[in-house]
Design a protein around this ligand. Structure first.
Ligand SMILES: Nc1ncnc2c1ncn2[C@@H]1O[C@H](COP(=O)(O)OP(=O)(O)OP(=O)(O)O)[C@@H](O)[C@H]1O
Ligand SMILES: [Mg+2]
Length: 389
C-alpha cells in the first residue's frame, strides 16, 4: 500500500483512499441485507442431508482504517448432525468471526460476509423436485428472517457469562424471555415451569431459588450453566460454544464440559466447540477443524488429527502442549514467529515463514485442499501428490 520503508505506514492520501473504498463497500453490503428477497433466493440444496451446517468458501472481512482485514478467507467445513466439532487455532485466526458469521452477528457495518455459503439444514424446508434436501443460505438470508433461526435453532454460549447475562434482570426473567420470543403463545406459568425444568437439566440444585436470583448472586460456574440452559431452551439444532470454559477454574471447567457432552447426547443437537485447548478437543470432539490466519489448514476426525497430524502447524500445536510426563529440564516447544498481519496477505501459504518443512513449491500459490481420506483434508504442498479436491 505504501512505498515507505515501514510497511505499516499509511499516508494521508492512502488513508483517504481506504476510507472512500470502505464507505462504498459497506453501503453495498448493508444494502444487500435490507433487500426484500423471495425465500427461493436464499434457499439452496445441501451436499449431504446428514449435515446441520455446511460452510463453503466463506469470506468475512472488516473494512478498517488500515485496510481490509480478511478475518475469514475461504473457510469450508461441515457440521454433521449430532456431532461435536472442535475448532482450534491461534488467537486471531478467525474462529470467533466464523461462528459470528453463522449467527449473522458480525459487527456491521465494518464487518461483512462478502462471499461463500452457509447452508443451514432446516426441517421445515423439505426437499426439492430432484429429492435433494433444501437449506437456508445464512450468508444471503435477510436479517429479519434470521431472527426466526437465531436463538432458537442456532444458539451461542460465550466465553464470559457475566457479560452475556443482563445484571439488572433475574435469571428467571431472562430465561422466560427466550421462550416468549420463540413460543409467543406460551403462558407466564408455562414459561416459568419450562425455565425451572431447564435449570434442573443443567444440574442446578435449587432451581426455584436460582430462578429468582440476579446474575451477581451466582458463581462463575453456575452462571455458565444458566447460559447453557438459555442456549438449549428452544431445543436448538446447533449450539456454538466459543471458549465456554476459559473464564472458569479447572474443576468447574471439567464439569461444564461434561455437562455440554451430556446435553449434546440428550438433546440430540450438534456442538461447534471453539477452544485453544487441544486437550479439550481430544476429550470432547468427534471431528476437528484447524484454522490458521483465516483459513482451514487441516480437518479430520479426532483420531486423524491426533494420531496422524499432517500439516506442520498442526504438528507444532501438538508439540507445544504441556504434558505431565514431559522432561521438565527442556523448555516447552513453541512455534517460532508470529501470525501474519491479516491485511493485504499475499496468495501464498501463510505459514511458510514459520514452517520447518518449507520447500521451493511453498512460494507458489496458496496450496489447494488435498483429500487424504474421506474425512481428512490438508492444505500443504508436502502432500500435493494426493488427489486434489
Ligand atoms: N470488530 C472487528 N474489527 C476489526 N477487526 C476485527 C474485528 N473482530 C475481529 N477482527 C479481526 O479478525 C481476526 C480474527 O478474529 P477472531 O476474533 O475471529 O479471532 P479468534 O480466532 O476468535 O481469536 P481468539 O482465540 O483470541 O478468540 C483478527 O485479526 C481480528 O483482529
Ligand atoms: Mg475468539
Amino acid at each position: 500500500m505504501a512505498n515507505n520503508k515501514n510497511s505499516n505506514y499509511i499516508s494521508i492520501r492512502d488513508s483517504r483512499k481506504i476510507l472512500k473504498y470502505n464507505i462504498k463497500q459497506m453501503k453495498y453490503y448493508e444494502g444487500l441485507k435490507k433487500r426484500k428477497l423471495d425465500v427461493k433466493e436464499y434457499t439452496t440444496v445441501l451436499k449431504n442431508e446428514n449435515n446441520i451446517i455446511e460452510i463453503e468458501n466463506l469470506k468475512t472481512c472488516f473494512f478498517t482504517d488500515n485496510g481490509t482485514v480478511m478475518s475469514v478467507n475461504g473457510v469450508s467445513f461441515d457440521i454433521p448432525k449430532n456431532k461435536i466439532i472442535g475448532v482450534v487455532g491461534e488467537s486471531g485466526c478467525g474462529k470467533s468471526v466464523t461462528s459470528l458469521s453463522i449467527m449473522q452477528l458480525v459487527q456491521a457495518p465494518q464487518g461483512q460476509v462478502i462471499e461463500g455459503e452457509i447452508r443451514f439444514n432446516a426441517d421445515s424446508l423439505g426437499y426439492d423436485e430432484n429429492n435433494q434436501k433444501l437449506a437456508y443460505d445464512i450468508a444471503k438470508m435477510p436479517t429479519k428472517e434470521m431472527y426466526k433461526i437465531r436463538g432458537k435453532d442456532i444458539t451461542m454460549i460465550f466465553q464470559e457469562p457475566m457479560t452475556s447475562l443482563n445484571p439488572v434482570f433475574t435469571i428467571g426473567y431472562q430465561l422466560d424471555e427466550v421462550l416468549f420470543i420463540h413460543t409467543p403463545n406460551i403462558t407466564k406459568e408455562a414459561a416459568k415451569a419450562h425455565s425451572i425444568e431447564m435449570l434442573k437439566k443443567v444440574g442446578i440444585s435449587m432451581p426455584e431459588h436460582v430462578y429468582k436470583s440476579y446474575p451477581h448472586e451466582l458463581s462463575g460456574g453456575m452462571r455458565q450453566r444458566v447460559m447453557i440452559a438459555m442456549a438449549i431452551a428452544g431445543s436448538p439444532k446447533l449450539v456454538i460454544a466459543d471458549e465456554p470454559t476459559t473464564a472458569l477454574d479447572v474443576t468447574i471447567q471439567a464439569q461444564i464440559l461434561e455437562l455440554l457432552r451430556d446435553i449434546q447426547k440428550k438433546e440430540q443437537c450438534s456442538i461447534m466447540l471453539i477452544t485453544h485447548d487441544l486437550g479439550v478437543i481430544a476429550e470432547m470432539a468427534d471431528e476437528v477443524v484447524v484454522m490458521y490466519a483465516g483459513r482451514v489448514i487441516e480437518r479430520g476426525t479426532v483420531h486423524e488429527i491426533f494420531h496422524n497430524p499432517l500439516h506442520p502447524y498442526t504438528k507444532g500445536l501438538q508439540k507445544s502442549k504441556p504434558l505431565i510426563t514431559s522432561d521438565k529440564s527442556e523448555p516447552l516447544y513453541s512455534i517460532p514467529g508470529q501470525v501474519p498481519n491479516p491485511i493485504n496477505l499475499p496468495n501464498t501459504c501463510y505459514f511458510k515463514n514459520r514452517c520447518n518443512k518449507v520447500c521451493e513449491k511453498c512460494s507458489g500459490d496458496y496450496p489447494k485442499t488435498i483429500k487424504v481420506s474421506d474425512t481428512h483434508y490438508v492444505s500443504c504442498y508436502l502432500y500435493d501428490e494426493s488427489e486434489v479436491e
